[in-house]
Design a protein around this ligand. Structure first.
Ligand SMILES: *Cc1c(COP(=O)(O)O)cnc(C)c1O
Length: 451
């Protein structure tokens, strides 16, 4: 038995060596990757445990809500009595432990989900507070921080912001002073997005919300949960958030949802959002699911393990590049609360090489070479790598980098761990080939060290 087992292991290693070489990864790059992985085993085990826990939560919710084959069918027209859509919303509410949820293909993206969550619950004269600094770029126009047609500011909703302190902690004094009679709603962004502040853990979000509610119990606390779903065993809705909001082409769509967004939380607030999304008086009752139900269910079912794959990819990338001397954020050892990884590469050539590696590892469009380009909303050229099945999906392996100092790339996703790993090895291969990174002199450069 034992020798059979080790023969199989040797065979698998030879097969792997061969396939990596044939796909364009040199022996040295692969060997370096395996060295890094040896140090990550325990962390990966813990990620698998979280995924297992979250997987069971999702299955239990599907069972409790009696998901049936009929739920997978399409509705058309008004979409009255769409049992699949209504049951899916109950499943989301069960998993996120909220009273209600709105999960719809008519929500076009994460920004739209956040925009309707805000507009549905704010009224003229109300004030919105962000106690964690500047929100995600696209929300600037939603709120009216940058003037825009149809912004909340145009409807008489004002905005106030309290930045994090230099060490990344909450400015409790500043927040207390910022809460006034007008303050109606609070927006808390979990992920750092493309900023350099730390991502917030569910625990820290809970502490912040408890503080806010101690000042004014009736504040509506909303969390922008983008990129955070299933990274931890609990979601911010279990730590006091009244509403959590996210995109289905990120974590909870599991790579299968072709579009969409969700809002989950207190029944009244979710209803307010539904009246805004569809129409006053109609709310959740309308909205045909048009055949997306199966992918929404199946994507949510897969999401815990897809998120785990992306998380492993981010941690692997951090360690691969940190060891080579590139600044990485988060660093190789810190705890994770979202799936985004930043790597500072220091030159335009290196950003381009990295992104071309990610692209070359993709299942779709691997033969195209991304080029930096001027993009609306950016003040420099940007290069983007994405060989995705769903356009713009960032739970799929993807990377982008603005061509300006400090020449950092932001990397996220990977529907399977093996694909995330290949993407990172391919990015490194491109850097090594171009002489922009050099591998450390291999420790024990022998043949076939067993894993
Ligand atoms: C992606 C993201 C958004 C916006 O989502 P889109 O689908 O790109 O509109 C908002 N907030 C955060 C933190 C995000 O990561």
């Amino acid at each position: 038995m034992n020798s059979d087992h080790s023969k199989t292991t040797v065979l698998n290693h030879m097969l792997l060596d061969g396939v990596y070489e044939s796909i364009g990864i040199s022996r040295n790059v692969r060997k370096y990757g395996e060295e890094i992985l040896k140090g990550l085993k325990e962390r990966f085990d813990r990620i698998d445990e979280t995924a297992e826990y979250n997987q069971l939560k999702v299955i239990r919710a599907m069972q409790e809500n009696r998901v049936s084959e009929a739920c997978l069918y399409a509705s058309s027209g008004y979409g009255y009595n769409d049992i699949g859509r209504d049951t899916l919303e109950k499943v989301y509410a069960s998993v996120f432990r909220t009273e209600d949820a709105l999960v719809r293909p008519q929500i076009t993206c994460g920004t739209h989900a956040l925009a309707v969550a805000l507009a549905g619950n704010l009224r003229p004269g109300d004030e919105l507070l962000s106690p964690v600094g500047k929100p995600y770029d696209t929300l600037e126009e939603v709120i009216g921080i940058r003037p825009s047609n149809g912004s909340l500011a145009e409807y008489g909703v004002t905005y106030r912001q309290v930045d994090l302190l230099p060490d990344g902690s909450f400015d409790y004094e500043g927040i207390r002073n910022a809460v006034t009679d007008k303050t109606r709603m609070v927006t808390i962004q979990r992920s750092k997005g493309y900023q350099t502040r730390p991502t917030l853990s569910v625990k820290r979000i809970g502490e912040l919300i408890a503080f806010l509610k101690s000042i004014r119990p009736d504040l509506i606390c909303m969390v922008d949960n983008c990129y955070g779903e299933f990274v931890e065993p609990a979601e911010p809705s279990e730590a006091g958030a009244d509403l959590i909001v996210g995109s289905l082409i990120k974590n909870p769509g599991g790579g299968l949802a072709p579009a969409g967004g969700y809002i989950a939380g207190k029944r009244q607030y979710v209803e307010n959002v539904a009246y805004r999304l569809t129409s006053p008086g109609l709310g959740k009752e309308v909205g045909a699911s048009l055949g997306v139900n199966q992918s929404f269910y199946q994507g949510f079912f897969l999401a815990p393990y897809v998120t785990a794959s992306a998380l492993k990819g981010a941690i692997f990338a951090a360690n691969v590049y940190e060891r080579l001397g590139f600044p990485v954020l988060p660093n190789g050892t810190e705890s994770r609360h979202d799936i985004i990884q930043a790597v500072t590469l220091g030159s335009p050539e290196a950003v381009i090489a990295f992104c071309r590696g990610i692209q070359a590892a993709a299942p779709v469009d691997s033969h195209v070479a991304p080029e930096p380009w001027a993009m609306p909303g950016y003040d420099s050229d940007v290069i983007m790598a994405a060989g995705a099945f769903v356009q713009g999906s960032s739970i799929e392996l993807s990377a982008d980098g603005p061509i300006k100092p400090p020449y950092a790339v932001y990397f996220q996703g990977g529907l399977t761990w093996a694909h995330a790993k290949l993407g990172i090895l391919m990015s490194l291969q491109k850097l090594v080939d171009a002489g922009l990174a050099s591998l450390p002199a291999a420790a024990g450069d022998g043949e076939g060290s067993p894993a």
